[in-house]
Design a protein around this ligand. Structure first.
Ligand code: ATP
Length: 224
């Protein structure tokens, strides 16, 4: 089966105010549909940099990146943005919810931005299905200030899922949560792979990483 994502020899040098620093020095990674992958590494090792390349927020200096058999290494920003919203869902440490909107309205925002206006009934059905997938359909009409941290993160996950992406990318999604809530959120994210989504998790937490199908360490710019 053709892998969903194939990264080969990916390099990235970042030029800050100091000397340029090679953060990624030849990353190879293959991800299939239904895979769950953890990326561990010390702070500053380049995990977020790698995730932003996978999510097409940034481009590598060298190497090759395929989505299926489509070469997406160096897409112009317009096409990258279109692919990003069609194929990828993102979850971050911070939830980035709009607090004056309900959970359902927050999730619906992803549909409005990405796919134009769907008919209202269709939109509602998709939103409720996404909230149901993360176990919080009953909280659809609640606004974020009335929700716990874990519930808010589940709204954010539903927002990432509502466009039915092929890949979920999560950068420290449990960073703002207590241990039990973090475990629950990781389990909810991992379950997305049961329906064929690929899931890439950047984490500091070895217990969370151990729940993924494969674990890599990003060390000196390469995955091992
Ligand atoms: N735009 C930039 N310009 C220059 N250096 C940068 C830039 N962004 C990040 N860096 C540096 O690149 C290195 C890798 O950063 P990155 O955020 O990818 O690491 P990380 O492994 O995700 O770290 P953490 O676990 O602390 O989030 C760090 O040393 C960081 O300071």
């Amino acid at each position: 089966m053709t892998p969903l994502l194939t990264l080969t020899g990916i390099t990235k040098t970042l030029k800050g105010q100091e000397e340029p620093r090679t953060i990624l020095a030849g990353v190879d990674l293959t991800v299939h549909s239904g895979d769950s992958v953890a990326i561990l590494g010390r702070s500053g090792s380049g995990k977020s940099t790698l995730l932003s390349l996978i999510g097409l927020f940034d481009r590598p200096d060298d190497g090759r990146y395929l989505l299926g058999d489509q070469d997406i290494t160096r897409l112009p920003e317009r096409r990258a943005a279109a692919l990003r919203s069609a194929e990828f869902g993102f979850v971050f440490q911070r939830f980035f919810l709009l607090k004056h909107l309900t959970a359902a309205q927050n999730v619906a925002m992803a549909l409005v931005n990405g796919q134009g206006w769907l008919p209202r009934r269709k939109r509602k059905a998709k939103v409720l299905a996404a909230l149901d997938r993360v176990g919080i359909a009953h909280l659809a009409e609640h606004k974020p200030p009335r929700l716990s941290g874990g519930e808010q993160q589940r709204v954010a996950i539903a927002r990432a899922l509502v466009r039915e992406p092929r890949v979920i990318l999560a950068d420290e999604p449990t960073g703002a949560l207590d241990t039990d809530t973090g475990n629950l959120v990781v389990e909810v994210l991992r379950q997305t792979t049961d329906q064929g989504c690929a899931f890439v998790l950047v984490t500091h937490d070895r217990d969370h990483a151990a729940k993924m199908g494969r674990t890599f360490h990003l060390t000196e710019g390469v995955l091992a």
